[in-house]
Design a protein around this ligand. Structure first.
Ligand code: PMP
Length: 442
């Protein structure tokens, strides 16, 4: 399938595409030119059902008039305001609104422009907080194997994806990684949290004891690892991490760039798992993916340590030209209103069992070796072709696109995360399309 025709340039080389096989793509480009609700429109005029909410971000569906209008209105009224030493009402209104849906105690918000920036902001807040409270010896950060925390230097340092790390030198020093919790032999085809593996949280204790716990500033995890293949946590795992952090003065950071804003059927995964971290990292669904924006939620005690600390610390030496940008703030406010008015988090919760049953019905389909679901997220893992990892899943992605379904692949895993407005019939359509795609693969 070649969607080239309506592109007004014959130079596809000028754009160096991120995380893409540029050479392959440019031989047979896949272009979207429009979108509405659950569908994209391709350059050759086909409808493609969005099985991934864009990149896990378009939680309310595409081109929602309320969000579009809010952006248009704000752009005409106040397009930009300096982010430092100046304010504008929308950024404050949004922060109040955000903390009103956040878990208890997470009463303050720092704005960024992406998930990656939110991660690095959270790590910097953690390190600076330890210094402000007189614990400057806590300089170590702990992440996890198979963690994805964006692409900035802090994020790839605590992240656990070899391919994203190996080209970029020494990264941050003083970082350790806990083991990942994925164990399909013990937890095959899980729905929701896995039964086994909570004891892996004690890896945090092991690493802390290795270095002396008083040197550890923070630990960061995705409550559900998303980009590395949808890995739900074992039952009790996150609670155990919380306990260890409490015992040893370590900050617990949840990277909720994917799980935030309703994906698991609650505002945050912290609510879903009933574990309140000290910092929550968000982006994506905050603005329905429409305008780049991230928000880092911090516990009141952290904020107050800065406010009541030494004078030179009150101004936290960090921030971005576009932190709390007026148009992004307006988009986020309209997005949050849409989620609330349409009860989309509750909708995701109500659909979770329907989703789980439908996606798990692919068990036994050709090449499928594991399936995982949690909230409105799903993963279908395919048997790799010996010596050619990712080939089969990528072929599934291309075939699904040709059949009118957008999926995402990561390694040999198909990842699904539809907009929360999805209808049951469209869940059925995803499953039917995938069945026929899988049956057609070599
Ligand atoms: N953290 C997690 C858990 C993510 O899933 C992502 C993006 N997929 C990021 C961070 C990075 O977000 P961004 O691409 O907006 O920088």
């Amino acid at each position: 399938m070649n969607d080239m025709s309506p592109v007004q340039t014959n130079n596809l080389e000028a754009f160096w595409m991120p995380f893409s096989a540029n050479r392959q793509f440019k031989q047979a480009p896949r272009m979207f030119v429009g979108a509405k609700d659950m569908h994209y429109v391709t350059a050759d005029g086909r409808q493609v059902l969005d099985g991934t909410a864009g990149l896990w971000c378009v939680n309310a569906g595409h081109c929602r008039p309320k969000i579009t209008e809010a952006i248009q209105k704000q752009a005409a009224e106040l397009d930009y305001a300096p982010a430092f030493q100046m304010g504008h009402p929308k950024a404050f209104e949004l922060a109040s609104r955000l903390v009103s849906i956040a878990p208890p105690g997470l009463d303050h918000v720092f704005y960024t422009n992406s998930g990656s920036e939110s991660v690095d902001t959270a790590l910097k807040i953690a390190l600076a907080y330890q210094r402000v409270r007189g614990e400057g010896g806590r300089f170590r950060l702990i992440g996890r194997e198979r963690g994805y925390h964006g692409v900035n230097f802090g994020g790839i340092s605590v992240g656990g994806i070899v391919g994203n790390r190996k080209m970029f030198g020494t990264l941050l020093t003083g970082v350790d990684h806990m083991r990942h919790t994925h164990d399909p032999a013990r937890n095959p085809y899980p729905q929701g949290e896995t039964e086994h593996g909570a004891e892996l949280a004690d890896d945090l204790l092991r690493i802390a004891q290795l270095h002396d716990p008083s040197t550890i500033a923070a630990v960061i995890v995705e409550p559900v690892a998303g980009s590395t293949g949808v890995l739900p946590p074992p039952k009790g795992y996150l609670k155990r991490l919380r306990e260890i952090c409490d015992q040893h003065g370590i900050l617990l950071i949840f990277d909720e760039v994917i799980t935030g804003y309703g994906r698991l059927g609650a505002a945050f995964a912290a609510d879903h798992f009933d574990v309140v971290p000290d910092i929550i990292v968000t982006a994506k669904g905050l603005t329905n993916g429409v305008i780049p924006m991230g928000a880092v939620f911090v516990r009141d005690t952290i904020y107050q340590a800065f406010m009541q600390g030494p004078e030179h610390m009150i101004e936290f030496a960090h921030g971005y030209t576009y932190s709390g940008n007026p148009i992004a703030s307006a988009a986020a406010l309209a997005t949050l209103e849409t989620y609330k008015e349409e009860g989309l988090f509750e909708r995701a919760k109500a659909l979770t069992p329907v989703w789980a049953e439908a996606i798990h019905s692919l068990k036994g389909a050709r090449h499928v070796i594991d399936i995982r679901t949690i909230g409105l997220i799903g993963a279908v893992e395919l048997e790799p072709i010996a010596g050619q990892p990712t080939k089969r899943a990528f072929a599934a992605f291309v075939k699904a696109y040709e059949k009118g379904l957008l999926i995402r692949t990561t390694g040999d895993i198909i990842a699904l995360s539809p907009p929360l407005i999805i209808e049951e019939s469209q869940i059925g359509e995803i499953v039917d399309t995938l069945k026929s795609v899988l049956a057609s693969l070599d």
